[in-house]
Design a binder for this molecule. Structure first.
Ligand code: PLP
Length: 407
């Protein structure tokens, strides 16, 4: 007899993990062996959580603010989130329309669970952050992939609006939009987003919007938030969090904004899954939003400089097509020429960089489905000096690959 405990549901055992975590573990193993590893794999700022936020967390501990809180999140934090969004985007969010969650990923899971029934479809521009393909599968729904358009090294990536429209069927319930985009670093043009909203209105779709990188913007005036649409309550479920902007990945705080009835229902789901978000992290998150933003601004300025360094170094690598990303903290060069000449898949290429040069990157296919197969993601959460050294190694690796494949 097969052990009953082995009979786990296929909708769980069949999920893809998040490959980023597996590559981080590999980097750690190599470092433990004493290798000089340079990791461009990480999706979190290398600058630790800012002091005043840490102090607020310590203060919460000292005050013994360590019990359960409201499932929806403490009122002070929900108000701070609403104020922040309204001030920044001119929206009219009320604090009872905010649900504080365990990370933005927790918010994404709740949003997907709210709308996707078995057999439903969700349109997912790809490459995608994996929760938008995997959680729908778990829910019995189908992610319908809409690959981004590659417009070349001058113009980068765009949503393929015609394709998206053509993929809408009576089963389509939602579309997932992550902007600024992980892994491409794209910021989608406002008129593309306007069209997504028009499609939502015409076809009756929910737009699940993840703007977790909305502070990592390297060009003025290019970013439009979905909170700017006056009818957001009818079409948008908005997700964001503290992980990236305030370098708080381990504190696990995110939030979901939606019409009040949805927030009320999802609060009932949340209480049955996690009771409440961590109390200490919520206290720290209030300090993050209401405190001094100077360190955030300094971090973004530093990241822009790093992006510039990374772009100019990557452009020296033979066969790489490099567009300067506009947002998030990733470069996503197209490497198809190198892969073709060397006869490698992108995973094999990434393995080669790790095993022989101790440089960790992520294959574009870590962002399912297959649209990323010609791309490699480089995070610039690494010092400028290490960026220069790491990309120098990548250039050497590629030169060696190409010269041996030409021999
Ligand atoms: C697009 C996107 N959404 C959500 C997350 C998860 O964020 P959190 O740490 O708030 O769960 C990430 C993390 O990499 C991300 O890239």
């Amino acid at each position: 007899m097969v052990a009953p405990t082995a009979g786990i549901r296929e909708c769980i055992s069949g999920l893809l993990g998040e490959k980023g975590f597996a590559y981080i573990a590999r980097a750690r193993r190599l470092k433990a062996e004493g290798k000089d590893v340079i990791s461009f794999g990480v999706g979190q700022p290398d600058i630790p959580t800012f002091d005043h936020i840490v102090e607020a967390g310590i203060d919460a501990l000292r005050r013994r603010f360590t019990g359960y809180t409201e499932t929806q999140g403490i009122p002070e934090l929900r108000q701070a989130i609403a104020d922040y969004l309204n001030e920044r985007y001119g929206s009219d969010v009320r604090s009872d329309e905010v649900l504080v969650t365990i990370g933005t990923k927790g918010a994404a899971f709740l949003a997907l669970a709210a709308y996707l029934r078995p057999g439903d479809e969700i349109i997912v521009p790809e490459p995608t952050y994996p929760v938008y393909s995997e959680a729908p599968k778990f829910l019995g729904a189908k992610p319908v992939y809409a690959p981004l358009k590659w417009l070349g090294p001058e113009r980068g990536f765009a949503l393929d609006l015609e394709l998206i429209e053509s993929l809408i069927t009576p089963r389509t319930k939602a579309i997932a939009i992550n902007n600024p985009h992980n892994p491409s670093g794209a910021i989608f043009e406002a008129k593309q987003l306007d069209r997504i909203m028009e499609l939502a209105r015409e076809k009756g779709l929910v737009v699940i919007v993840d703007e977790i990188y909305d502070n990592f913007i390297y060009e003025e005036g290019v970013f439009k938030s979905f909170m700017e649409y006056p009818d957001w309550r009818d079409y948008v479920v908005y997700l964001n969090g503290f992980s990236k902007t305030f370098s708080m990945t381990g504190w696990r705080v995110g939030y979901l904004v939606s019409r009040r009835e949805v927030v009320n229902s999802l609060t009932k789901l949340a209480v049955n899954v996690w009771s409440c978000p961590p109390s200490i992290s919520q206290a720290a998150a209030v300090a993050a939003l209401k405190g001094d933003w100077t360190p955030v601004k300094e971090m973004i300025r530093l990241f822009k400089e790093r992006r510039d360094v990374m772009v100019s170094e990557l452009r020296k690598v033979p066969g790489f097509e490099v567009w300067a990303s506009k947002g998030a903290f990733y470069e996503f060069p197209r490497v198809s020429k190198v892969l073709r000449e060397a006869g490698l898949s992108v995973e094999e290429f990434v393995d080669y960089l790790i095993d022989k040069y101790y440089v960790v990157t992520l294959p574009g296919t870590a962002f399912p489905n297959t649209a990323g197969k010609d791309y490699v993601r480089f995070s610039f959460c690494v010092s400028k000096e290490r960026i220069v050294e790491g990309i120098r190694r990548v250039a050497e690796a590629v030169e060696n690959l190409l010269s041996s494949s030409r021999r």
